[in-house]
Design a protein around this ligand. Structure first.
Ligand code: TLP
Length: 349
């Protein structure tokens, strides 16, 4: 068995999920007649404290729909420079919504209101007006960083005063809630829409949710259909999603403890650099260039030892903990990393 720490998307459905999928009551969701999808959407709305929610196949589709709901062609979306909406969604904000990103460079992935305010543009003959502010919580490529509640409130208050909307890419917002010890509802209260993934840390095989006002979600449902997301008897997927939503948030503390454990051990390995104090959730980003290996070479040597970990941008690599990788698996991955690092450095001498 390979130990797969490339992402928390790699988890397999649990036996309980598979049972629920087999037994799911279904109907045609395009007619609004799938009872399991309807239940999942109602629970997601309740949990986020929003009027309504929409089941979508992927986080990318959820973010795409939210951007489309809030913007018009020819506008800008303010986001962090390493955000998923900008770097990993195949330019969907341009392709589908006709918007461009106005990225702000940050050290920790967390935007501050004063930085956003400086980038907001009104309609003018010279530039595109701001259409939306998108924040990512937790921030994936900044290493699972969590937005302090106060900053979300400041951003939303500032934006709303200027008539602008805020979307939260909360693919891992349940991890943020676990890290802060507050409810998801409290975290997302100030923002207009939130997308969160059932298929990441919560462990469902497929699916994400978008939540917001009834009006926004009703429009979002039409965009979902346009994007090919009318999934018919999707109750088989929603059944696993319901288990993820109800049962899996309580498992996240273990993933966070494992990530902390991995980070602290990595920091002691020669050739590897990271600050373990910055690891707040289930993502650990580290720099292995001190070993003299490229990320591709580091990954391929780890793979030969049964461990999957990928490079991200530049010289950095990412470990994501999840319920299919227990402490023992993390320890074995660390041993492999230590061996690859030591082997590379001995080879270089
Ligand atoms: N993230 C994936 C990759 O695409 C990088 C991962 O392995 O972490 N928002 C955020 C913050 C995400 O991390 C992701 C997926 C998405 C949106 C998109 O979700 P999917 O993959 O369901 O389209």
């Amino acid at each position: 068995m390979m130990i797969d720490l490339r992402s928390d998307t790699v988890t397999r459905p649990t036996p309980a999920m598979r049972r629920a999928m087999a037994e799911a009551e279904v109907g045609d969701d395009v007619y609004g007649e799938d009872p399991t999808v309807n239940r999942l959407e109602e629970r997601a709305a309740e949990i986020t404290g929003k009027e309504a929610a929409l089941f979508v196949p992927t986080g990318t589709m959820g973010n795409t729909i939210a951007v489309k709901v809030h913007t018009h062609h020819g506008q800008e979306v303010i986001c962090d420079a390493r955000s998923h909406v900008l770097d990993y969604e195949l330019a969907m904000m341009g392709w589908f919504s006709g918007c461009i990103a106005r990225p702000i460079h940050t050290d920790d992935g967390i935007l501050r209101w004063n930085e956003i305010r400086d980038e907001i543009r009104q309609l003018d003959p010279h530039w595109a007006p701001t259409g939306l502010i998108a924040i990512e919580n937790t921030h994936n490529m900044a290493g699972g960083m969590v937005y302090p509640l106060e900053l979300i409130r400041q951003i939303a208050d500032g934006a709303h005063e200027l008539g602008l909307k805020v979307h939260m890419d909360g693919a891992r917002v349940f991890n943020a809630a676990e890290a802060l010890g507050v409810s998801v509802r409290e975290i997302v209260a100030p923002v207009d829409t939130v997308m969160f993934c059932l298929s990441k840390a919560l462990g469902a095989p497929v699916g994400s949710m978008v939540a917001g006002t009834r009006e926004d979600i009703d429009r979002g449902r039409l965009y979902r259909k346009r994007l090919g997301g009318g999934m018919r008897q999707a109750g088989v997927l929603a059944a696993a999603g319901l288990i993820a939503l109800e049962e899996h948030p309580k498992l996240l503390a273990r993933d966070h403890a494992n990530a902390k454990f991995v980070a602290e051990a990595l920091a002691k390995i020669q050739g590897i650099a990271l600050d373990p104090r910055r690891v707040q959730t289930n993502i650990v980003i580290f720099d292995a260039s001190g070993t003299g290996l490229s990320t591709a070479e580091f990954s391929s040597r780890l793979k030969a030892q049964g461990v999957l970990i990928d490079g991200i941008r530049g010289e950095r690599m990412r470990v994501v903990t999840h319920y299919d990788a227990d402490r023992d698996a993390c320890e074995r991955a660390l041993e492999a990393i230590e061996q690859v690092a030591a082997g590379a450095m001995a080879g270089a001498r």
